[in-house]
Design a protein around this ligand. Sequence first.
Ligand SMILES: [Zn+2]
Length: 144
Amino acid sequence: MIIAITCVIAIVVLVFVLGVRPKDLPEPEPVSPFAHLDERKAAIYENLRDLQFEYRVGKLSDNDYQLTKKDLQKELAGVMAEVDRVKLQLQGTKGQAAAVAAPQSKAKVAVAVDSLTCPHCNARFDQELKFCGECGKPMKAVRA
Ligand SMILES: [Zn+2]
């Protein structure tokens, strides 16, 4: 009897897991379309800062530092691409969606070319960054 119940539970769990794949679920409506992306971006920046700190105090080898930094920058690029995608979507549906999102997103859309170049090390980025991905110093453009 116990075996039978266990089997039934196992099957139910299996069907549930297989039946409701994350892909099929509709995306939960975020409060702001950028909120979760901003959070991820902030987390990556924090990791970069921590990494830089640990490297400076000698906790990390040069190789480890470079590898981890590259990983974080790749992740950051992914988040930035996602932000772009959301922006394009918002621009594409200028109707109600844009009206809702306009207040926060307007300022972020206007990016001067100059703000893409680090004033400290002259590294250039495709995206506006709060902190330079190369030297970690704050970039010129500070978002409101
Ligand atoms: Zn820099």
